[in-house]
Design a protein around this ligand. Sequence first.
Ligand SMILES: Nc1ncnc2c1ncn2[C@@H]1O[C@H](COP(=O)(O)OP(=O)(O)OP(=O)(O)O)[C@@H](O)[C@H]1O
Ligand SMILES: [Mg+2]
Length: 386
Amino acid sequence: MMETSINILIVSEWEQNTAQLKTIAESFSSHVTTVNYSDAIREMNRETRDIVIVSQFETDASVEVVQSIRLVNPACLLLFVANASDFTLLRSIIRSGADEFFVFPDEASLFASRFPTIVKNYENKKNSMEEAAVTYGRNRGKIFSFYSGKGGSGRTLIASSVAQTLKLESTAEVILIDLNTQYGGIESVFSIESNRSMADLMPVVEELNESHIRNVSETQVDSKLEILISPCDAEIAESIDEIFIAKLVRTCRRSFDYVLIDLPSHINAQVVAALEESDKIYYILAPETPALKTLKQFESLSARLGIHLANRMEIVMNELAKENEVQQNDLKNVLRFPIAASIRRDIKGLQPFINKGMPIRKIQKERKLIPFAKDIRKFARDVLKQ
Ligand SMILES: Nc1ncnc2c1ncn2[C@@H]1O[C@H](COP(=O)(O)OP(=O)(O)OP(=O)(O)O)[C@@H](O)[C@H]1O
Ligand SMILES: [Mg+2]
């Protein structure tokens, strides 16, 4: 028996065919679902199907279901099992988007013997398409993590504001992911009240796709930024493992131009997974001695954990102010990483937004921007130029 993660859906109204097809399919994959015609489209939408086998029913219904399946998933392999070699029917079935057909019962054994090759060819095609999408595809999005070893340094506010600004200042598809389990923070920046969270994606992790993610994410009303929040239940949050994080981030990379991740300050398996998947790690740093010490500790911890920071990590200076003990210029020679952005301390400007749970920007041409929003805009524009 060949082990495969191929997801197979059998659409059939005829019990004998269903049983026969199921036996063949199940010898290849543990992901086999059988449904009636009436449930076919719902099942197509629920999960991404690799191979769909439609067994013939009434002519019109058969043509219609093949067409609809093709519409839901243009990439799946669609096989049709006919009850007789009716040339007219088979021609319209192929026109409707079926890839191959077999006439049962005459060709049942032919089908069984060809099925391994069909699965194998499909898998090869799928793998090479996935590789191509990641390596060359114009859809290869960028993953940016926002991190700091110190709590309260501004990660959540900066990640949220950069995400919102990227969306307002470009046509890019942007998603913001909150990995601060239990006490997110992003919900309060955008006043989100939701009981949906990334934990809802765990049951579909094997076939995770863009529509699963968009079903669970919140859309920010002004910018249409997608926001994926973390579960607030500690137990559920803990059950999210690094494999899930890696899958989630990789799936987002295929569908979004920018994937921004707000990380907690403590290091756990989820954080390590996110850092490893990141194209850039923006380390939020306040110009003060304790913050610099924490940065050094993070550097040595990363070295021990095998997380490579060189060429990936950049510093985002935050809370810059004249009265600080250390100035940005003093740091240029101390830091081993380039400074990607400099953000002023802006307590007065931020206060009303934080109190009301309002994003610092709502429209592209904002009449008056607070200093914090201006610094974020410069940061976001630099990101867009890369
Ligand atoms: N440039 C700034 N000027 C003034 N206040 C700021 C600035 N940046 C962040 N703050 C304030 O610092 C506080 C903490 O910010 P934020 O929640 O973004 O930090 P965090 O690193 O995500 O913290 P946590 O450890 O709680 O996740 C917020 O109340 C925010 O208003
Ligand atoms: Mg935070």
